[in-house]
Ligand binder design. Structure first.
Ligand SMILES: [Fe+2]
Ligand SMILES: [Fe+2]
Length: 272
């Protein structure tokens, strides 16, 4: 059995002591290996929720970062404090670029040297199998559909402010006996661009998509396009749109697909 646990999210499972804050972290347990995907915004919060899950940090085999933003990487000090040294950390090579939101830094709060001292850094823009059946998507190279953009996200190149190209944004694919499970961080590269790349790269049907889809900035036409694609091109996968999805987009998806759309607060466990 493959078990995927939402460790950190904007909301917590009602009636539990999980803490919630804008951000996301997932624990993927294949039965033979464990991968931590993103770390949420805060080390204490990550450690608190991990303790509630009785997580034995020594059993983490790999860590992967969806992109640089602090709501996904802010918990890294707790990961460094608790995990075995020299385990691999997977990310896109562009993750250490300085990034800004409203001209304030919003990228990695921790330097490459510090990460290098603890982890075996595995920076790659290609899909990588991190542990058996758990892959990164690699860089989302085709952006023919709308992206999960914020107009405030910028980078500086040669002194010029330009929109963040989000080259570092990727997702994770878990191959299960039932089909492909897609876990997203923020999906800045765009949900449909990400799903399209996964379909081209991996065999099998996408059965579940969970995590941040960044549809909050999508207008009505974009949301309609997403619904059409999920219905016609992807055969209505089960959806757990969370984090940066936005309530309006969640409602549109829930109206279209009913019970197949569910929230995924911290403490949620998905099994396959
Ligand atoms: Fe982000
Ligand atoms: Fe985010």
């Amino acid at each position: 059995m493959i078990k995927i646990t939402c460790v950190v999210e904007n909301e917590a499972l009602p009636g539990t002591s999980f803490k919630a804050k804008h951000g996301i972290a997932w624990l993927i347990d294949t039965g033979s290996a464990r991968v931590l995907f993103d770390t949420g915004p805060d080390p204490d919060l990550l450690a608190h929720n991990a303790a509630l899950l009785a997580l034995d940090w020594a059993t983490i085999d790999a860590v992967v970062l969806s992109h640089a933003h602090l709501d996904h990487t802010g918990g890294l000090p707790a990961v460094i404090a608790h995990t075995r040294s020299s385990i691999p950390l997977y990310a896109h090579p562009d993750i250490f670029r300085e990034r800004y939101s409203r001209r304030a830094r919003c990228g990695m709060g921790i330097g490459q040297k510090v990460l290098d001292d603890h982890f075996h850094l595995r920076l790659d823009d290609q899909p990588v199998e991190m542990v058996n059946e758990v892959w990164t998507t690699g860089e989302i190279v085709e952006r023919k559909f709308f992206e999960g953009r914020s107009k405030w996200h910028e980078v500086q190149i040669d002194g010029e402010w330009i929109p963040d190209p989000y080259r570092d944004d990727f997702s994770v694919v878990v191959k299960t006996g039932e089909g492909l499970v897609v876990l997203c961080g923020c999906c800045h590269a765009g949900l449909l661009n990400t799903l399209s790349q996964i379909s081209r790269t991996f065999d099998g049907k996408i059965i579940t998509v969970a995590g941040g889809t960044h549809l909050g900035s999508a207008d009505a036409a974009m949301l309609a396009k997403a619904v059409d694609a999920l219905r016609d091109d992807y055969n209505q996968p089960r959806l757990y749109p969370s984090h940066c999805t936005g309530q309006k987009a969640f409602n549109v998806l829930a109206d279209a697909f009913g019970e197949k759309v569910q929230p995924c607060p911290a403490g949620t466990v998905l099994t396959f």
